[in-house]
Design a protein. Structure first.
Length: 155
């Protein structure tokens, strides 16, 4: 993904186009392959830096839970660790050096493990993927983050 983002940003800049917002959700598959949270986060930070160098605002997203592991399962500790690294980074870089970094905590906003079975069916397609309604909710959460930044709460 690092090289893909580098190419996408370079191609856009070469054509005189610059993204104003870049949204990065990364790590869930890496976690599934057993990659350590710090290693994943080091890759994410490279991508975040590319976004800053491009001049865009950055929206980072936490990694949502899945149906494979319960939240209190010790094997879920890596995902929780990665999420803490992402949230801490966003907090520390929210306005640092003119950077505009925002975090959408989809882990908290769209939990898989929930007592509301109807809500789970509406938002989750299987143990890992969202339904169209779930992805719509993710889009709304991202939109609200951007709208709050732009102070356009009345639209």
């Amino acid at each position: 993904m690092i090289e893909r983002l580098r190419k996408t940003l370079a191609d856009a800049a070469e054509q005189g186009h610059y993204y104003r917002w870049v949204i990065i959700l990364g790590g869930i598959h890496d976690l599934g392959y057993g990659v350590r949270p710090q290693t994943i986060f080091d890759g994410l930070k490279q991508m975040y830096q590319m976004v800053y160098e491009h001049g865009a605002n950055l929206v980072v997203m936490t990694v949502n839970e899945t149906g494979r592991l319960k939240t209190n399962d010790p094997r879920d500790a890596d995902r929780q660790c990665l999420n803490e690294l992402i949230k801490k980074y966003a907090w520390e870089n929210h306005w640092a050096g003119g950077r505009r970094t925002f975090c959408v905590d989809i882990n908290a906003a769209i939990p898989w493990h929930r007592s509301d079975v109807d809500g789970k069916r509406r938002l989750w397609d299987d143990h890992m993927h969202l339904t169209p309604a779930g992805y719509d909710l993710m889009g709304i959460l991202i939109f609200k983050t951007i709208v709050d930044y732009l102070n356009l709460k009345d639209i």
